[in-house]
Design a protein around this ligand. Structure first.
Ligand code: LLP
Length: 384
C-alpha cells in the first residue's frame, strides 16, 4: 500500500518548517476504519488529543466518528465543529469544575470518571443545574500493554482509573447519587500497541469485570475499550493504513457483550499518524568528530516525540533521491541536547537547503508543539 507522495517543486516556495497533511490518505484511512467498524456495529470516538487541526477534525466529523475529549476546550471545539454532543465522551483524571459544567451544559454522551471524589463533584454540579450526568467508570484493568512506560496507562502503578478493590465502595455511593446515571465501563491500556495480544488480554479482563457488575445488578449499556492500536513508524509506506479489520476482529472474537450492549473505541494515532509529515530544510551540515550532523530548521518544538519518548520516526531527504550511503545525526536548532530526531540515520549526501521529511508525524505532533525559545507558531500545509 502506497503512502504519501511528496511534491518537491510544490514545497519549494513554502516557508519551512511545516506539517504536511495528506488529506487523501486521511480520507482512505477513514473509509477503511468505517468499513471495518460498521461490519461489527462498533462506535468510534476520535481521540482529539492526537491531532486537533481543524481541517483534519472536519474530515473526521464528516466520516461520522464521535469525539473523545480530555479537556473542556476539546469538548468546546468538538461542539463548535459540529460533532454531535451525543457522540462526545470526556475523560481525564483532573477535570476542573469549569470543564465539568461546560460538558454538562452541552449534554455530552458520557463522562469517563476516574475516581469517587470526581463522581461526587459531577453529581453536585449536575444537581445544581437540575441535570443528570451519564457516566462510565474508567477502570484500571491491570493489563500490560508492552509499550513505552510513558504511554502505558492500564497498570496498577499508573494514576489512571478506578481499581477493582474500590468497586464495592463506588457502587454503594453511586446508588445514592441522584444526578448520576451509571451507563458504562471504560478501559484504556496504553498507546502504540503493535501486537494484538494485549487487546485480547484486555477483552478477557473486561469479560470478568462486566460479569461482576452484572451480578451486582448492573446491566450496563456501554463498554468502552479505549484506543491504543499502534502504527508502523519504520515503514510508513508499506502500512499507510493499519489493518482495522484485524484489530476489531480481536474484540469480536474475545469480548462477550450482552444483548444490546454497545462496544465503543477511542482511536487517535491509528487514524491520523500516517497522513502527517513534518517538512523542514537543512540549515547546515556540520562534521563532528565521529559523526556528521544535519541541522534542520525544525526541532523538538515542532515534534517532541523523539526527545520525550525516544520515539523513532523515519527521516527522508526528498531533494536528493540518490542511494542513502551516508550517515547523519539529524538534529534541530533548539538549545537542548535532546533536540535530536535520529542518530546515525542513513541518508544520501545531504546539503544546506535540502528538504527533509519526518514521517508518521500526524499524531501527537502538531498538537504537542510549543513555542519554547520563542519559536514561530507551527504551520500546516494540505495536499488539497
Ligand atoms: N483513550 C484514552 C483514555 C487515552 O488516554 C488515549 C491516549 C487514547 C484514547 C488514544 O490513544 P491512541 O489510539 O492514540 O493510542 N503522546 C504520546 C501518546 C499519548 C497517548 C495518551 N492517551 C505519543 O506521542 O506517543
Amino acid at each position: 500500500m502506497m503512502g504519501t507522495v511528496f511534491d518537491v517543486s510544490r514545497f519549494a516556495a513554502e516557508k519551512t518548517p511545516f506539517y504536511y497533511y495528506d488529506l487523501a490518505l486521511l480520507g482512505k484511512t477513514l473509509e477503511a476504519l468505517n468499513k471495518a467498524r460498521q461490519k461489527y456495529g462498533y462506535h468510534v470516538h476520535y481521540a482529539f488529543k492526537a491531532n486537533a487541526n481543524d481541517r483534519i477534525l472536519e474530515m473526521i466529523r464528516a466520516a461520522g466518528l464521535g469525539a473523545d475529549c480530555v479537556s473542556g476546550n476539546e469538548v468546546k471545539k468538538a461542539i463548535q465543529l459540529g460533532f454531535d454532543p451525543k457522540q462526545v465522551v470526556f475523560a481525564g483524571v483532573g477535570k476542573s469544575d469549569e470543564e465539568i459544567i461546560a460538558a454538562l451544559e452541552f449534554g455530552i454522551f458520557c463522562f469517563n470518571c476516574e475516581s469517587l471524589p470526581e463522581i461526587e463533584v459531577i453529581n453536585e454540579l449536575a444537581a445544581a443545574r437540575g441535570l443528570v450526568a451519564s457516566i462510565a467508570l474508567r477502570i484500571n484493568p491491570n493489563v500490560d500493554a508492552h509499550t513505552h512506560k510513558y504511554i502505558t496507562t492500564g497498570l496498577e502503578e499508573n494514576k489512571f482509573g478506578i481499581n477493582p478493590y474500590e468497586f464495592e465502595e463506588v457502587l454503594t455511593r453511586v446508588k445514592d447519587l441522584e444526578h448520576i446515571r451509571l451507563n458504562g465501563l471504560h478501559f484504556h491500556i496504553g498507546s502504540q500497541i503493535t501486537d494484538l495480544t494485549p487487546f485480547k488480554n484486555l477483552c478477557l479482563r473486561v469479560n470478568e469485570i462486566n460479569h461482576w457488575f452484572l451480578q451486582k445488578g448492573y446491566d450496563l449499556p456501554v463498554i468502552n475499550v479505549g484506543g491504543g492500536v499502534g502504527i508502523n513508524y519504520r515503514e510508513p509506506d508499506k502500512e499507510a493504513i493499519i489493518d482495522f479489520e484485524a484489530y476489531f476482529k480481536v474484540f469480536h472474537d474475545f469480548i462477550q457483550l450482552r444483548p444490546g450492549q454497545q462496544l465503543h473505541f477511542e482511536l487517535g494515532r491509528a487514524v491520523v499518524a500516517q497522513c502527517g509529515s513534518l517538512v523542514s530544510r537543512v540549515l547546515y551540515v556540520k562534521n563532528g568528530i565521529n559523526t556528521n550532523f544535519a541541522i534542520l530548521d525544525a526541532g523538538m518544538t515542532e515534534l517532541i516525540r523523539p526527545a520525550l519518548y525516544q520515539a523513532f520516526h523515519k527521516i527522508e531527504n526528498i531533494s536528493n533521491t540518490a542511494f542513502a550511503d551516508m550517515k547523519y545525526d539529524v538534529v534541530g536548532p533548539i538549545c537542548e541536547s535532546s533536540d535530536c530526531f535520529g542518530k546515525a540515520v542513513n541518508l544520501p549526501l545531504t546539503k544546506r537547503g535540502d528538504l527533509m521529511v519526518i514521517r508518521s508525524a500526524g499524531a501527537y505532533g502538531e498538537v504537542m508543539s510549543s513555542r519554547y525559545n520563542l519559536r514561530d507558531e507551527t504551520r500546516a500545509v494540505y495536499s488539497v
